[in-house]
Design a protein around this ligand. Structure first.
Ligand SMILES: C[S@@+](CC[C@H](N)C(=O)[O-])C[C@H]1O[C@@H](n2cnc3c(N)ncnc32)[C@H](O)[C@@H]1O
Length: 277
């Protein structure tokens, strides 16, 4: 369930945002194969943002429990960084989908360049209506993608349908850490508006998984490992993310910059694992 006061993302518009972001990054030399936050194991970890971003993919891999016999769906695959890493680290076959055509093109190119085109393949599709038969996948990963989808419960119902019995789902999501205030922090509100994101209702997550036909295997608030450090790193001038055009925002009256989120510790991240019974 999503707070009814939040504006629901429109998949086609989200696709255009990521088309823009991909082309800008390819043109200005800031391209990164991963589009998600970092994970630092300890507060004094010296890992760079780049290392921490891969570490978050590895945190997901540890929970996916797949090997080279598995077929994994990467739901909202970005430009393929995480999916290619899963294919390389586990030997699993990965099919990724994104609502952005430019991302799909780039992800397939990166898979070919990595010599993994036979194990990692990307296509354009909307997660709200997956173009796969029932029970196709052994596991589904959704790294920072359900945040853009207009109906979490519908997406999870689709995930349950395409998973085989016993198949696992691992995802990350964003939420406002309790106690939820009457007025959302203006930086969170701006982030959600500019990047077409809604906040999950953390209190309803377990019930929502049940309604979708999934059973909880783990639900962790990983905010302390991820959010503040990521925004602090991105706010450094050398990261280049403070530039208005860097994050794909155009024609917006009030641009979001990573420094807006420094110190806003109510913006939280959840790591969720579930299984299809
Ligand atoms: C923040 S990016 C994360 C990308 C990737 N998981 C990563 O970690 O690098 C969000 C991704 O979700 C995808 N996405 C958002 N809404 C979608 C939808 N309705 N169907 C398919 N993909 C969607 C976007 O196209 C984008 O690839």
């Amino acid at each position: 369930m999503t707070d009814s006061t939040q504006t629901l993302p429109v998949p086609e518009a989200v696709g255009k945002l990521y088309d823009r972001l991909t082309l800008t990054a390819l043109n200005d030399g800031t391209f990164n194969p991963n589009i998600h936050i970092g994970f630092w194991d300890t507060p004094d970890s010296t890992a760079t943002l780049e290392e921490a971003v891969d570490r978050l993919t590895d945190v997901l891999i540890e929970r996916l429990l797949v090997d080279d016999s598995a077929h994994v769906l990467d739901l909202g695959c970005g430009v393929g960084g995480p999916g290619i890493r899963v294919a390389r680290e586990t030997g699993a076959r990965v099919t990724g989908i994104s609502i952005s055509q430019e991302q799909v093109k780039t992800a397939n190119r990166l898979a070919a360049e990595a010599g993994l085109a036979d194990r990692a393949e990307f296509r354009h599709a909307d997660a709200m209506k997956l173009p796969f038969e029932d029970g196709t996948f052994d596991a589904v990963m959704a790294l920072e993608s359900i945040i853009h989808m207009p109906d979490r419960e519908q997406v999870l119902t689709e995930v349950a349908r395409v998973l085989r019995p016993g198949g696992r789902l691992v995802l990350t999501d964003v939420f406002e850490r309790a106690p939820r205030k009457a007025v959302t922090h203006p930086s969170i509100e701006k982030f959600c508006r500019n990047f077409m994101v809604t906040l999950a209702d953390a209190d309803d997550y377990v019930a929502m998984l049940h309604r979708a036909g999934l059973r909880l295997r783990g639900l962790l608030d990983i905010t302390e490992h991820t959010m503040q450090r990521t925004f602090t790193e991105l706010a450094r001038p050398t990261a280049g993310a403070e530039r208005p055009e860097a994050l794909g925002q155009t024609n917006l009256p009030d641009l979001f910059r990573p420094s807006d989120m420094v110190g806003v510790d109510e913006f939280g991240c959840l790591l969720v694992a579930a299984v299809r019974p």
